[in-house]
Structure formats: structure tokens, C-alpha cells
Design a protein around this ligand. Structure first.
Ligand SMILES: Cc1ncc(C[n+]2csc(CCOP(=O)(O)OP(=O)(O)O)c2C)c(N)n1
Length: 287
């Protein structure tokens, strides 16, 4: 067995409790590096971290060793502003030394506030919203044309969903029967300046994607068992792209940040940071 296959096999054996503990540690690290940089997208990183945890530790056939392989699964983070969540997971999976994140958003650091391919493990530059799904569709079409069996995953924000390019991509995905594609919506119901419903209402999201030819499932985006099960069911239907509406809480894990739009890109001060760590440590003790 090759080294990368061995690593994948090992991570796939993680228990739900291990995943829960890992997410708490990831949340602490997200806060640590955002505080160190004095910048970052806190609320949306905390809402999507459980999804990334399950993807990178249970689902994706990708590792530092196979990252150049044409057969690796692809993950494209369309809501690029929450790159801090991706950075801590990639560091944990060994794509680069975690110490590098001490340079986050500092002069000349490659660890900037949005995903860039300069960082090992990152597939695509994103951050201008509305680009990840179209790129994922193209990557999935390439997989079909090349007769490869990799899968393509992309994470969208609900505030991102109104971008017109998403809907062109949604049409194209079903036209080409891309059952190797899975789009996950981090549905935390908030975006930069208010609730998603107030800023631009996209409901009913499930009916819209179904009418565009996708197969859609709802899941609690903080329920590890449910997330694992849902990813295992992909493709939900043969010849159709899969769409997961993951119901999440913006700022999840830190009580004063939860469901509070102020924390979209808020950085905690010293006292707030200490409070957040205390809450997360308490969660850890109770596991
Ligand atoms: C094309 C484009 N328009 C505007 C922005 C500015 N912007 C950054 S984050 C954001 C809100 C995104 O909301 P959502 O996708 O729900 O992210 P989350 O709440 O999960 O952080 C906006 C409008 C951008 N990055 N790209």
C-alpha cells in the first residue's frame, strides 16, 4: 500500500468523538490566527469548520502526498473569505507546517486572507464570490472527459448564492449530468450586512436547485454523523449533481458570536478572546 493510501485509511477510521474534539481544536486555532493577524472572517469560518473537518478527515481522497495526482478528489472553497478554516485543516493534514500560519496576513506572507494556489493544498484562487461553483463544474466536466473517477466538492455561502454565475453553473452541471460533483451550502442565514433573507432572498433553495436538475439533501452542518452519512450517499442520484444544504450557525462554538452579524469579520479583543477560549475549553472538558 502506498504511503498516501495508508494515511487516507487511517484518517477514515476517526470516530465521531475524535471529530468533535478536532473541531473544537480547529475553532481555537482559527481564533488564535485571526487574533494574531488582527484580521479575518471569524463567524463564517466557525460555521463551516465542521464540514471541512468531515471532508478532509473522512471524505476527500486527497493528501499532501497525492496532491499532484490527477486522480485526487478536488475541494474548491468558493466562500474564499473564510480561508482561515481551510488553513487550519490543511495544516493539520500536513500540507504545510502550522507554524506558517503565524504569518497570516503579514507583509510578504503567502497566507493571505483569501485562498491562493501558492499555498499547498489549495486548488483554486477564490474570494471574489460566485467563482467556485463554475470552476468546480469545469473540473467535474474534465473528470468525465478524461474518464477519471475523482470527485469535486465546493463550498458556497448563502450570501454568495445570488451571484449570477452560480446559476449558469447550476444549469451546466445538470446538463452534463455531473454526478461526480457535490456543492455544499454553508447555510448560516447571515451574510456581510444582515440576514441573507433580507439582503437577497434565495428561498426556496431546495426547490430551485431541484428545478435546475440537481439532487438535494438537507443536513445539520454541525452533526458529524449526519454529515458523514450524507457525503457517503453521494451521488444522491445517478447522472445528477448533488447539492447539500448544510444548516449551520454563524460563529458556532462561541456564544457571543453565534448568529451575530457583527462577527462576520470581527476580531476579538484580548478579553473576548480569553472568553472564547474558556468556552471552547469547557466544551473540550465535557467531551
Ligand atoms: C463578488 C463579490 N462581491 C462582494 C464580496 C464581499 N463579500 C465578502 S464576504 C460577503 C458575504 C458573504 O456571505 P456568505 O456567503 O453567506 O458568507 P458567510 O456568511 O458564510 O461568511 C461579501 C458580500 C466579495 N467577496 N465578492
Amino acid at each position: 500500500m502506498t504511503l498516501s493510501k495508508k494515511i487516507l485509511k487511517l484518517t477514515r477510521g476517526m470516530t465521531t468523538k475524535e471529530l468533535v474534539i478536532k473541531s473544537i481544536e480547529y475553532r481555537k486555532k482559527i481564533l488564535q490566527y485571526i487574533v494574531g493577524a488582527n484580521a479575518g472572517h471569524t463567524g463564517g469560518s466557525l460555521s463551516c469548520i465542521d464540514i471541512l473537518n468531515v471532508l478532509y478527515n473522512q471524505v476527500l481522497k486527497v493528501s499532501p502526498e497525492n496532491f499532484k495526482s490527477p486522480d485526487r478528489d478536488r475541494y474548491i472553497q468558493s466562500k474564499g473569505h473564510t480561508v482561515e478554516a481551510l488553513y487550519v485543516v490543511l495544516a493539520d493534514r500536513g500540507f504545510f507546517p502550522e507554524k506558517d500560519l503565524e504569518t497570516l496576513c503579514k507583509y510578504k506572507s503567502q497566507y493571505i486572507g483569501h485562498p491562493t494556489k501558492k499555498v499547498k493544498g489549495i486548488e483554486q484562487n477564490t474570494g471574489a464570490l460566485g467563482h467556485g461553483l463554475p470552476i468546480a463544474v469545469g473540473t467535474a466536466i474534465a473528470g468525465k472527459l478524461d474518464d477519471r473517477d475523482y470527485r469535486v466538492f465546493t463550498l458556497l455561502g448563502d450570501g454568495e448564492l445570488p451571484e449570477g454565475s452560480n446559476w449558469e453553473a447550476a444549469l451546466t452541471a445538470s446538463h452534463y449530468k455531473l454526478d461526480n460533483l457535490c456543492a455544499i451550502l454553508d447555510y448560516n442565514k447571515l451574510q456581510i450586512s444582515g440576514t441573507t433573507a433580507e439582503v437577497c432572498n434565495t428561498e426556496p433553495i431546495d426547490a430551485k436547485f431541484e428545478s435546475f436538475g440537481w439532487s438535494v439533501k438537507h443536513v445539520d452542518g454541525h452533526d458529524f454523523e449526519a454529515l458523514k452519512r450524507t457525503f457517503d450517499e453521494m451521488p444522491f442520484e445517478k447522472n445528477k449533481p448533488s447539492f447539500i444544504i448544510a444548516h449551520t450557525v454563524k460563529g458556532k462554538g462561541v456564544s457571543y458570536m453565534e448568529n451575530n452579524v457583527k462577527w462576520h469579520h470581527g476580531v476579538p479583543n484580548e478579553q473576548q478572546y480569553a472568553e472564547a477560549l474558556l468556552e471552547l475549553d469547557e466544551l473540550l472538558v465535557n467531551k
